[in-house]
Design a protein around this ligand. Structure first.
Ligand code: OGA
Ligand code: MN
Length: 287
């Protein structure tokens, strides 16, 4: 079978077919997937029913996996998996909408990239659709490479050296969620460069979204205005893609050049389990 890569939108995203990502990949097949990821930022695969081991094996081709933070409210804590689900992991029963664990997950409905609040930011995430509700629960993605490209040369130069503070406690607080003592393992805010450069192709993007609290050294109103403007540019309709999940779909997204958000579904009457592995970028930020 030949790997085929078909763009999802004129701006970003591609559907990859003709490859079984649950089998050990030949170097050439992985190189094609990796190049497509660098080019398109978001890759969608369908009909790939993954076991946990297969998800780990595929994800590790991109780099070392992160552990999962926030014991207590995050059902994947202590495993390589983050689970976006309304199901209790032990009993399989649906969790009530006013349970803290559901409240915690609702923060995913803000545009964000995963793990920007960690000392070593993430390269990308792999999300596999284990149980898909019959309606709702789509995931939206947007290109922050397109946001950067929409700036004029002068504006690009102005933001070139900016440092952003990312803070998980801050981003969860946007959704009204507060952590109990000991729940938060990644407590301290961290700093990374706003502008990210893809090592393979040199294309630039901005790492923004809910975890981005402020531009270091800027007055609060100007800082918020810039971060909001960049997010508005990224999420212009032509720069977004909405994925309606089917069981056994797998999506990989770039966490430094794309943002994503969850959308609502009927959490009382439907079941949803999406399982994520998060790949580390491998290095702390240097300024
Ligand atoms: C995630 C995430 C969105 C969704 O897994 O990181 O934000 O639709 N998921 O579940
Ligand atoms: Mn996410």
């Amino acid at each position: 079978m030949q790997i085929s890569i078909a763009p999802l939108t004129p701006v970003f995203g591609a559907r990859v077919s003709g490859v079984d990502i649950n089998k050990p990949l030949e170097p050439g097949a992985f190189a094609a997937i990796r190049a497509a990821f660098d080019d398109h930022l978001v890759l969608v695969f369908s009909g790939q029913p993954m076991t946990d081991e297969q998800q780990v094996a595929f994800s590790e081709r991109f780099g070392a996996l992160e552990g999962t933070a926030a014991a207590g409210v995050n059902p994947g804590a202590g495993t390589p998996f983050a689970r976006q689900s309304n199901l209790d992991i032990e009993s399989g029963e649906t969790i009530s909408g006013d349970d803290r664990r559901m409240f915690y997950q609702r923060a995913n409905m803000f545009w964000h990239c995963d793990s920007a609040f960690k000392a070593i930011p993430s390269l990308c995430s792999v999300l596999s659709a284990r149980i898909v509700p019959p309606e709702g629960g789509a995931t939206e993605l947007a290109s922050t490479r397109a946001a950067y490209a929409s700036l004029g040369a002068g504006e690009q130069a102005e933001i070139g050296d900016l440092i952003v503070e990312y803070d998980f406690e801050y981003s969860r607080s946007l959704a009204g969620f507060t952590f109990a003592p000991g729940e938060l393992s990644e407590v301290a805010p961290v700093r990374h460069r706003l502008v990210r450069t893809n090592k393979a192709n040199g294309l630039k993007s901005v790492m923004i979204g809910a975890h981005a609290k402020c531009i270091v050294g800027w007055p609060e109103d100007e800082s918020r205005a810039l971060l909001d403007d960049l997010l508005a540019r990224a999420t212009r309709p032509q720069n977004t893609y909405r994925h309606h999940w089917r069981q056994d779909d797998v999506i990989i997204w770039d966490n430094q050049a794309a943002v994503h958000r969850a959308t609502a579904y009927d959490t009382t009457n439907h079941r949803r389990l999406m399982q994520r592995t998060t790949i580390s970028s491998g290095g702390a930020s240097e300024f």
